[in-house]
Design a protein around this ligand. Structure first.
Ligand SMILES: C[S@@+](CC[C@H](N)C(=O)[O-])C[C@H]1O[C@@H](n2cnc3c(N)ncnc32)[C@H](O)[C@@H]1O
Length: 667
């Protein structure tokens, strides 16, 4: 990733904003205004923005000759050198900028980026963390730090990075799920945790009397408890560790050894996680027997609240089952607080949210009949397993369409649309539980979003989250895509992600949506790739052989069977997908009632028939784009589907996160 000069204009080739003009203007930027070399810096920045790197470098150097103490000129020289491929010289320039101005946030972040490219990750993280802590209000700082954190599994972490992590988990501009890999990686490297994991892997089961206290201390010192309520744990080892602890706590309670339990905050945080994943962890028969006894005990109201807090018995029960049966308990309801600590939030999720969702579901307006047989069975499935499970998205300001699209598709330059960007009409078709619809309503400025789905249960979850996010420009309706032609409305943007392949005829659904698109309107489509879904095929065979049903127990057993496969089995890879960790995710992943898959030639045919121009793929990592560029330098715009088909043949898992692409109506 290249970075930008920090003197005009305010944003560089990669969209990174510069400090100038920000409320928190850096010392370097302030100094720049009074430097005798300021005019040279401005000239150099213009050349830099125009892509004339040799001239920009030369002009920055002239500025430095005029004013050697000009930190911003050293920084911008670093940016230009880095863009030119002269990374080591760039690093030296950034370091000089920081020597002159140690609190120069952008220089820390850009130095961090260059060091990461050099493989110097520890040093990189330290600078990225410092930059973020100096200017946490600027989204680019968090984004760059998280990008490196999610790619690394640091064995040890300097204090600065720990401080930044503690802030990141509470930062509304950061997607909690992006922090999960790093926080888990740090936890499992803690010797107090590693020892227990090794013992478990070796078939030993350490007692909680011995292993508990150091483990609880390690957990309390990590950021994991804060994350457990907002992100899904996607590490099988850590899940297995918590499953062992859960069983041990239940046993301790049963045996009258409540002193072996951790503090209530940890129990409640783990309870939030289990509610999020819908209690997807396997249970043994002895756990089920103890649970039945615990349920009897909790029938007595006094057993549920102790010293004006939920009892340990109740919190352990919530690790296995919903507490809905106690929704009428006034003493518990008095402890509910959605903004409170983990226990108060847990009670809110168990006692208040389900009833509220039921009301939302009942009041949800219906916009079309649902007559198609496949639509009916797909609806029935999602009425049981609303998907996906999520709690929070990163808060970011909305952007105009012409600004947003090139951010999503970096090879799309100078993009224009014929519709009014001050009033963008958007349809999200098959919105599920609304995560994507909420992102859309937030990221498109001046938008009015209508989101449609078959499943009232999913829609009620979506409406609840949208209400929490205070998104007033998003409205939900129940309906079938196949029937939307009669809506009599036109949209500037239609998004349909992970939906069409569940229709009896995906192309028919696609054509219906195309009919709703305004001239020059945009579509974002996501479809399963045949070659990336081989693991799913194997999992479905295995489930069939085992005779497992899509019930909570059947799904738990299917998860265990997949986890037990050898690492080289294609289905084993599913255990690395976030969907694998919740019941509804698993239902969607390998227990679906209807799944079609696409190839790129099939997509190319549909685009042609529907008179849609392909604009480009959204890809989960820049690495894919980079590899494609190296493989097919003759397609700099990365829009040639025949070449992408060749690329996918050589790299069959390229589209494991689906073919996600944008296209535009030709007329
Ligand atoms: C895999 S989920 C995807 C949800 C959401 N788009 C996302 O990306 O998170 C598929 C959703 O499509 C909905 N769906 C499937 N067929 C549909 C149809 N014919 N009309 C409307 N919604 C449909 C399902 O009810 C389900 O909620």
């Amino acid at each position: 990733m290249s970075d930008s000069p920090s003197n005009p204009p305010a944003s560089g080739p990669n969209g990174a904003s510069a400090p100038n003009g920000d409320a928190a203007m850096s010392a370097a930027a302030r100094a720049a205004l009074s430097s005798p070399a300021a005019p040279l810096l401005a000239r150099a920045a213009q050349l830099h923005q125009a892509g004339d790197l040799p001239a920009a470098v030369q002009t920055y150097r002239q500025a430095i000759v005029v004013d050697p103490s000009f930190a911003e000129a050293h920084h911008n020289l670093g940016a230009a050198l880095r863009a030119w491929g002269k990374r080591n010289e760039a690093i030296a320039s950034y370091r000089e900028a920081l020597r002159l101005s140690p609190d120069y946030a952008l220089a820390h972040v850009n130095l961090g980026g260059a060091l990461a490219e050099n493989g110097e990750l520890d040093d990189a993280l330290e600078h990225l963390a410092t930059g973020y802590l100096l200017a946490p209000e600027r989204p680019v700082m968090a984004r760059r730090l998280v990008n490196i954190l999610r790619r690394t599994a640091p064995a040890s972490v300097p204090a600065k990075v720990r401080e930044a992590l503690a802030r990141l988990v509470r930062d509304p501009a950061v997607e909690p799920q992006t922090l999960e890999p790093c926080i888990v990686a740090l936890l499992v490297e803690d010797p107090r945790v590693r020892g227990v994991l090794e013992a478990l892997a070796g078939g030993e089961a350490p007692t909680i009397g011995e292993a508990g206290p150091p483990l609880y201390a390690a957990l309390a010192e990590s950021e994991l408890p804060s994350l457990l309520g907002e992100a899904i744990l996607t590490d099988s080892r850590v899940e297995a560790l918590f499953a062992v602890l859960r069983a041990a706590w239940l046993e301790a309670l049963d045996g009258g050894h409540a002193e072996l339990l951790p503090e209530p905050g940890l129990l409640a945080a783990l309870g939030l996680q289990l509610e999020t994943v819908e209690w997807s962890w396997l249970e043994t028969e002895s756990e089920q027997a103890r649970l039945a006894a615990l349920k009897e005990r909790l029938a007595e109201p006094a057993a549920r609240v102790e010293e004006a807090a939920p009892s340990a018995a109740l919190l352990v029960y919530a690790l296995y089952r919903p507490l809905e049966a106690f929704a009428g308990d006034e003493a518990l309801l008095a402890l509910v607080d959605p903004e409170g600590g983990a226990a108060a939030q847990l009670l809110y999720r168990h006692l208040v949210e389900p009833a509220e969702r039921a009301r939302f579901a009942e009041a949800m307006p219906s916009t079309t009949p649902i007559r198609d047989r496949t639509s009916q069975s797909v609806r029935a499935m999602y009425e049981v397993n609303a998907y996906p499970r999520w709690r929070r998205i990163a808060r970011r300001p909305g952007r105009k369409v012409e600004r947003l699209l090139p951010e999503l598709l970096p090879d799309l330059r100078r993009f224009q649309v014929p519709f009014d960007q001050q009033r963008v009409r958007i349809l999200v078709a098959g919105c599920g539980t609304g995560r994507h619809a909420c992102l859309t309503a937030q990221r498109f400025a001046f938008s009015q979003v209508v989101a449609v789905d078959l499943s009232r249960r999913s829609l009620s979850y979506a409406a609840q989250r949208a209400r929490d996010l205070k998104l007033a420009n998003l409205h939900f309706l129940q309906g079938d895509i196949l029937e939307l032609g009669g809506l009599g409305e036109e949209f500037d943007v239609v998004e349909c992600s992970g939906v069409l392949h569940h229709l009896a005829s995906p192309e028919l659904g696609w054509r219906t949506l195309r009919g709703l698109l305004a001239p020059g309107g945009l579509m974002r489509i996501a479809l399963y790739s045949e070659s990336a879904r081989q693991g799913v095929e194997e999992a479905r065979r295995l489930i069939g052989e085992l005779g497992l049903e899509p019930t909570p127990d059947g799904i738990r057993q299917a998860r265990a069977a997949i986890q037990a496969l050898p690492p080289e089995a294609p289905a084993r890879l599913l255990a690395e997908s976030p969907d694998f960790f919740s019941l509804s995710g698993c239902r969607d992943l390998f227990f679906h009632v209807r799944e079609d898959r696409f190839t790129l030639p099939r997509i190319a045919r549909a685009l042609d028939e529907l008179k849609l121009d392909f604009l480009g793929f959204e890809l989960p990592s820049e690495g894919i784009r980079y590899s494609y560029r190296r493989r097919f330098p003759a397609d700099p715009q990365q829009r040639d589907l025949a070449r992408w088909a060749e690329f996918e043949q050589e790299n069959p898992l390229t589209f494991a996160a689906m073919y996600q692409f944008w296209c535009q109506a030709k007329e």
